[in-house]
Design a protein around this ligand. Sequence first.
Ligand SMILES: [Zn+2]
Length: 312
Amino acid sequence: MRAVYSPRFDINFFGLEKLHPFDAKKYSRAWALVPELHKDALTVTEPVSNADLLRVHSEAYLASLRHAHNLARALELPIIGGLPVKLTELAVLNPMRFGVAATILAARTAVAERERVFSLSGGYHHAKPDQGEGFCVFNDIAVAIAVLRAEGLTGEIASIDLDAHMGNGVAHCFLDDRSVWLFDMFNAYRYPYSDAVARMRLDWPIPLQDGTAGPLYLNLLQTNLPEFLETVASMGEIALAIYNAGTDPFENDALGGLRLTEPEMLERDLFVLRTLHDLNLPTIVLPSGGYSDASHRLIARTLLAVAGEATL
Ligand SMILES: [Zn+2]
């Protein structure tokens, strides 16, 4: 198991994070809880290039981010719209570019070493080719896939999205590319429930009732995930699995609307990772969304459990 971390992941909202459920420092807070992993960590020294972002995002969209009010809309933080562009560029966009670079590095390493690689940033699954939304500006998952494809990666890609919200941005990025298979368990009554185009694109949607508790959630996961992976493998070799491990199904989360306890969150992660490990699949794990003060701890618990378990 490998981890990718950079102190550049943290986003600086200039104290405005108090107005927002997004824990902009969860990356470094999680990393501080896993000192055992620091020695062998991978890191990124450069943000993702514009050329790589353009593999997924339109030129017009990337140019629009120079206007702070467009960025403010994607981040649902209107007050950012009043900040100087130089400041949002440095404090908000650049950390996100480092996050994309980390997902690319994680995916490259996972494929090259047939490994499980955790990035401490990434999983911005709501960003669409020409629109940012739901706190997501760049779709790191789609960019990483596009970069690896350009480097010659063939085969099927299995995306397993267990963030509480539907990964609509990823669906929009791969509307016409069915080699990327989308398994998505999400609260059907929360944002982006009205995105019918994305909902239709999902290969294996598991819409959940608001308030779904751990036992039902885990049962649905355990019965569906192996079948999904079997289906994908029957279409061709799986070259990469992407586990979008959002921590917002946690019961105390401000935005997820699901009710998994802390032990159930760990059980969820370990089930997914054991299943992928048994199939010997190169895997990346991304933290994605999480809007409780426990998010960083939940991420760290999974990292430590995987690092300490010989069967993973
Ligand atoms: Zn979410």
